[in-house]
Design a protein around this ligand. Structure first.
Ligand code: ADP
Length: 496
């Protein structure tokens, strides 16, 4: 009876120890963490199940000795691993750590492991056993490497990078930011980037920036900022919210490029173009005058052949004058130097005058202007010459791109706060792929037909700017082979 009780108790102890081992194995597996023990006296190595898994080995394949373990280590790291172990023995240290690669036997994959070891000694200080743990840290290493690379990329980025909290206080700047602005991290971290403000960026820019990023969208724009030494610089900035996995904005990230140099070159180019154009305009005007006089017969009758040449020269001269004027207009609009003479004016009368002034041009193309809808008296606050310039551009384009003997219809409508002038033709329409570029400077559709019609591709970009300066909008709709309508809307002065 006594014996049986003993056996049952022993069985229970064995079962419990089995269960403990199972639990330990499972835990080690979950943590990718194995344990080993080296009996130094008998050179016997014991590995836990997880160590076998990490090395990709089966117990029966492995002769459990220290030398066999070294064979499983990556050949390039063997010496270092052995040096760590034997060094700790030689220097009588109780612990050592080592990170090294192994070649996993099951699939020949190179893995990275971290090992930590402790020596147990007898009373006289001789090592009896070494205990160790080994952990597969390949994935962690890869993630850390990726983070290291990313952080290096941000550190070495030629763009300034600034991260702020939700209130706009700076949490991080990269070295380029310091290099550009002269502010060291400790001078700006925790502070608002307000110190950079020069007072030259329009207030509206900041308001729009905050509206955009608070709504979770990316903002793109320009600042004129001030460095620590007082110098001004231009920046092109992209600012976007950083959103956490729950969809909440946690930070804002600004990536900014110093465009001061580019701005200076642009300004120099503009000044140069504007100077050349001015220099061209004066002699051109006198050539045009002289040609006009000769063509008009002031110098007496000229032979028919010469007349033809003079007419061609006159036309080309007119074209050059238009081009030079367009270039000068673009320059003035870009630098904000165009002067507007705004006055209340009757848009109906202005449209009628524009039709009259461009009728001759339409006749060259065999096209008729027809006013289909008009309003009796619509007052807008406008610059008469500039609005006539827009009308001339829309009417001449419509005439140029109309089939012969067709009609260009013009309408004036506007029951609300805005009045719309629309010019419609039955031409080929605007090619779909060109629509997005149509308002860019020098843009012309790629068809040879478009090029043959002459022109510079500046007219629409000028017209759009001019209308926007009037607080209005210029747009178009177009259908291939059916025709195009260009329109502009202006705020009515007489709307109550
Ligand atoms: P330009 O007419 O001097 O080339 P614009 O800026 O006025 O310059 O027009 C740019 C281009 O837009 C034209 O070259 C043409 O390709 C296209 N375009 C403008 N108006 C029309 C129209 N009514 N129908 C078809 N294409 C047009």
């Amino acid at each position: 009876m006594e014996v049986m009780r003993d056996i049952t108790a022993q069985q229970r102890v064995e079962e419990e120890s089995c269960e403990n081992e199972r639990m330990m194995n499972r835990t080690q597996e979950m943590a990718h963490l194995g344990s080993w023990e080296l009996d130094v006296v008998n050179n016997r190595l014991t590995w836990s199940d997880e160590v076998y898994r990490i090395f990709g080995l089966q117990p029966q394949q492995f002769e459990a000795t220290y030398a066999a373990f070294l064979q499983a280590v990556h050949p390039d790291d063997r010496a270092a691993v052995d040096a760590a172990y034997s060094g700790s023995l030689r220097e009588s240290r109780d612990t050592y750590e080592v990170k090294h690669r192994i070649v996993r036997r099951s699939d020949d994959q190179v893995r990275v492991v971290y090992e930590k070891c402790e020596h147990l000694r007898d009373e006289s200080g001789h090592i009896l056993r070494s205990l160790g743990m080994v952990q597969d840290i390949t994935e962690r290493e890869q993630t850390e490497e990726k983070l290291r690379q990313l952080s290096l990329a941000v550190d070495q980025s030629p763009a300034s990078v600034v991260m702020t909290d939700l209130a706009g206080n700076i949490e991080y700047i990269n070295p380029k930011f310091s290099q550009l602005t002269g502010y060291r991290p400790e001078e700006v971290i925790g502070k608002n980037p307000r110190a950079l403000k020069s007072g030259l960026t329009p207030r509206e820019t900041y308001a729009q920036l905050w509206r955009t990023i608070r709504a979770g969208r990316e903002w793109h724009g320009e600042f004129i900022n001030r460095k620590k030494n007082g110098e001004l610089y231009h920046e092109d900035a992209r600012i976007s919210p950083i959103v956490n996995p729950e969809g909440r904005i946690t930070h804002y990230l600004a990536v900014k490029e110093d465009i001061t140099e580019r701005k200076n070159i642009e300004r120099m180019k503009n000044e140069f173009v504007s100077m050349v154009s001015h220099e061209l305009r004066t002699p051109l005007t006198s050539i045009r005058g002289a040609l006009g006089l000769i063509a008009g017969g002031v110098m007496g009758e000229i032979p028919a052949q010469a007349k033809e040449l003079i007419a061609i020269a006159n036309q080309d001269c007119e074209r050059l004058v238009r081009l030079v004027n367009d270039i000068l207009d673009i320059q003035k609009l870009e630098c904000g130097k165009m002067v507007f003479d705004f006055r209340p004016l009757d848009l109906g009368a202005l449209v009628a005058a524009a039709l009259e002034a461009n009728r001759g041009y339409a006749e060259q193309y065999g096209v008729r202007f027809v006013l289909t809808e008009k309003l009796d008296r619509v007052l807008v606050n406008g610059d008469r010459d500039r609005l006539l310039q827009v009308m001339a551009n829309l009417l001449s384009n419509a005439a140029k791109f109309s089939p012969r003997h067709s009609m260009v219809t013009i309408s004036l409508s506007g029951p609300g706060a805005m009045v719309r002038v629309a010019v419609s033709d039955c031409g080929p329409g605007i090619p779909v792929e060109f629509r997005a570029r149509i308002f860019q400077k020098f843009a012309q559709a790629d068809s040879s037909e478009s090029r043959q019609k002459g022109g510079s591709g500046l007219g629409l970009s000028i017209s759009k700017e001019l209308i926007e300066k009037h607080g209005g909008q210029l747009g178009f709709y177009s259908e291939t082979d059916r025709g195009t309508t260009f329109y502009f809307d202006l705020p009515r002065l007489d709307f109550r």
